[in-house]
Design a protein around this ligand. Structure first.
Ligand SMILES: [Cu+2]
Length: 366
């Protein structure tokens, strides 16, 4: 009897947990209410089956409990019952699958007027590219990816010259317009997922994947990598700002085009060694683990780092200078700062690149 009561309590508690739990979907901010509908349908069907089975077991435990005078009946087959069970299971499975097929058909049918932009994932940050005035994205090749050319655009391709290369990990989008996101990855699998938009897709090295949605609300939404991609995975975040069309275009104008960033490179140090260090830090993914605003991340923040005295894991202290930084980039695990894990891979940078990065950290420590 105790077992039967426990089973009934489990069934009731599961239903109550769902009804009272705050752990439910975030508010929807895109057109994909169908995703929620399929989820709810699946949840209800599974919930009904779960409760029915648990209650049936509780009933069977009481009804057929052991009595010395009773003998079990041998019944190897019950055709009628089997047909019922096959029928009900089929109806349940079909009811869970069919709505998904309808939603998928819509998911792969990308609206013709969609605004396209590209998102590139790398350990551990997101970068964004818009097609520019001509509405066409420039051709890319992974072999061309360099600190100066983080998207690997063909320097001579006419469609790529006006491509807008977004600075930082914040992307703006206009509200109420279908958006098509093209996805690439530079190193390992990543996954583009903004929970408020419901849709997600893996970014796979060596191919272009994509998804689409129409943002329905203005606001700031977090983009978090949703495919485990290494020790810095949790730091791989971005921000999607949905705003009115005019504000979006104003923002887009503030971002440099590919031609502008290339001419900066051609002009030598552009706007200084520190700026080149910043571009390099962005391109190499350093900022995935080292913040520049003082916040603690997988690695020490770069803000105020230069000239600081750090305590190392072995208890000794070191002043952060050119030598320490150079050593820590080429052999990160030699002198780990206390409280951090030895997770940084070694980087083989040129002397010029090292100088640029150090100039940048100096700049952040003024
Ligand atoms: Cu990732």
């Amino acid at each position: 009897m105790t077992v039967a009561i426990l089973l009934v309590v489990i069934a009731l508690a599961s239903v109550l947990f769902h009804a009272l739990s705050p752990w439910w979907l975030t508010p929807l901010a895109s057109n994909w209410h169908q995703m929620d509908a399929t989820l709810v349908i699946t949840l209800w069907i599974s919930a009904i089956v779960f409760v029915a089975i648990v209650l049936f077991i509780a009933y069977a435990v009481v009804r057929f409990r052991y009595r010395p005078e009773r003998r079990a009946a041998y019944e190897p087959e019950n055709k009628k019952l089997e047909w019922w069970l096959i029928g009900l299971t089929s109806v349940g499975v079909v009811a869970m699958l069919v709505p998904g097929l309808y939603v998928w058909a819509e998911f792969v049918d990308i609206p013709k007027d969609a605004l396209t932009f590209e998102t590139v994932g790398q350990q551990w940050q997101w970068s964004f590219r818009f097609p520019g005035q001509d509405g066409r994205m420039g051709t890319v090749d992974a072999e061309l990816i360099k600190p100066d050319n983080p998207f690997g655009l063909f320097p001579g391709n006419p469609f790529g010259q006006d491509d807008v290369l977004v600075q930082g990990s914040e992307v703006h989008l206009p509200v109420g317009r279908p958006i098509k996101v093209l996805l690439r990855a530079k190193d390992v699998l990543h996954d583009f997922y903004v929970p408020h938009f419901r849709v997600r897709m893996d970014a796979v090295p060596g191919m272009v994947t994509g998804l689409w949605f129409t943002p329905t609300r203005t606001g700031r939404f977090e983009l978090a990598c949703s495919e485990y991609c290494g020790v810095g995975h949790h730091t791989m975040r971005g921000l999607v700002v949905v705003e009115e069309e005019a504000a979006f275009h104003a923002w887009l104008k503030t971002q440099p085009t590919f031609a502008q960033s290339m001419s900066k490179v051609a002009a030598g140090t552009g706007d200084g060694l520190a700026a080149r260090g910043r571009d390099l830090a962005q391109a190499k993914g350093c900022l995935g683990c080292h913040s520049v605003d003082g916040n603690r991340s997988a690695g020490p923040t770069w803000k105020g780092l230069y000239g600081k005295t750090e305590t190392l894991a072995n208890g000794s202290t070191v002043v952060v200078d050119d030598d320490y930084l150079k050593k820590s980039i080429s052999d990160p695990n030699a002198m780990i700062v206390k409280g951090y894990s030895p997770v940084m891979p070694p980087y083989n940078l040129s002397g010029e690149e090292l100088d640029a990065l150090i100039a940048y950290t100096k700049d952040l420590s003024k």
